[in-house]
Design a binder for this molecule. Structure first.
Ligand SMILES: NC(=O)c1ccc[n+]([C@@H]2O[C@H](COP(=O)([O-])OP(=O)(O)OC[C@H]3O[C@@H](n4cnc5c(N)ncnc54)[C@H](OP(=O)(O)O)[C@@H]3O)[C@@H](O)[C@H]2O)c1
Length: 283
């Protein structure tokens, strides 16, 4: 029997099972919506499934990425139903805004617990399923700040630098099992990130802090740039392209700030690059 290309494409997509973490908002939510519209079977991971009940044709699934048992139970549930997870999008994340001298143990552990260890936990649960099928795609939502430092964002930046390292190492580790690993480094995007997911340290933001000038120079600019950033639809579109193209680059930039700073980072010396960032952010 002969099938038209359109039919084959639709068939290919219907069979693909996708799991997205942090899917209640922003890039994760948009990706869930876009992939469901394209016919993928979408499991939208979240700490609060009520936040996803308004989206049609997706299955919200409990996914507290600090809790390995919760992750494993949800992965088992998907496996029982489909015997596969084809695509994992590690998207959940938040940003701590604190100086190094002010940070608490709890704040710094929590930043890495979500942005780094959370990714390890979800990968640990999903990889055996992908390996069994000898097929899979892992897409890590990193940041252009995974290659560029900024003051007050040391913890967030270093968590994203770590995520870049995870992508680089996992690509070797999983290659023989036909599992691709990719990193997307977005610039600033207009999501709920600045509104709900920037956590600020009390002492750093105190008006009498030794860093008050730096805070008042930088923090409002970052918030303003995120809230006026690119559309999360672009990220969802790039995720679709990665799924459909097995030759897609390992690492890709998206959004104005990433397109501006990442090539500059590659071309300039550390000192020259730092000068350009200082000029851009009035540091
Ligand atoms: N917006 C930007 O400018 C920007 C730029 C570069 C990279 N990124 C990265 O893009 C990813 C998505 O962010 P977004 O911009 O779409 O932000 P968002 O709208 O705030 O969504 C973030 C999602 O991450 C999850 N999350 C947040 N804090 C969490 C925590 N403590 N524990 C577990 N999950 C948590 C939430 O999921 P649930 O509430 O559903 O659990 C939420 O839906 C993040 O990894 C972020 O670092 C964002």
């Amino acid at each position: 029997m002969l099938y038209s290309t359109a039919y084959l494409t639709q068939e290919f997509q219907i069979k693909k099972v996708v799991l997205i973490t942090g899917a209640s908002s922003g890039m994760g939510r948009q990706t869930a919506i876009s992939l469901a519209e394209k016919g993928f079977t979408v499991y939208a991971g979240t700490r609060d499934i009520k936040k996803l009940q308004d989206i049609k044709n997706i299955t919200p699934i409990a996914m507290d990425i600090t809790d390995f048992k919760n992750i494993q139970d949800s992965v088992n549930f998907i496996y029982k139903k489909h015997k596969r997870i084809d695509v994992l999008v590690n998207n959940a994340g938040y940003g701590l805004v604190s100086t190094v001298e002010d940070v608490s143990e709890e704040e710094m552990f929590s930043q890495f617990n979500i942005n780094v260890f959370g990714v390890f936990r979800v990968c640990k649960a999903v990889i055996p399923v992908m390996r069994e099928n000898r097929d899979g795609i892992i897409i890590n939502i990193s940041s252009f700040l995974g290659k560029i430092g900024l003051p007050l964002l040391t913890f967030y930046n270093s968590s994203k630098y770590a995520l870049e390292g995870i992508t680089d190492s996992l690509r070797y580790e999983l290659k023989d099992f036909n599992i691709r690993v990719h990193s997307i480094m977005p610039g600033f995007f207009d999501t709920n990130f600045a509104r709900e997911n920037l956590v600020t340290n009390k002492n750093t933001f105190d008006k009498n802090s030794a860093y008050a000038k730096l805070v008042s120079n930088l923090a409002p600019t970052i918030v303003e740039q995120i809230n006026n950033g690119n559309s999360p639809k672009d990220v969802a579109e790039m995720i679709l392209q990665i799924i459909q193209n097995d030759r897609f680059p390992a690492r890709s930039t998206i959004g104005e700030k990433a397109k501006k700073f990442i090539p500059m980072r590659r071309e300039l010396s550390d000192e020259d690059f730092e000068r350009r960032v200082r000029e851009s952010y009035n540091l």
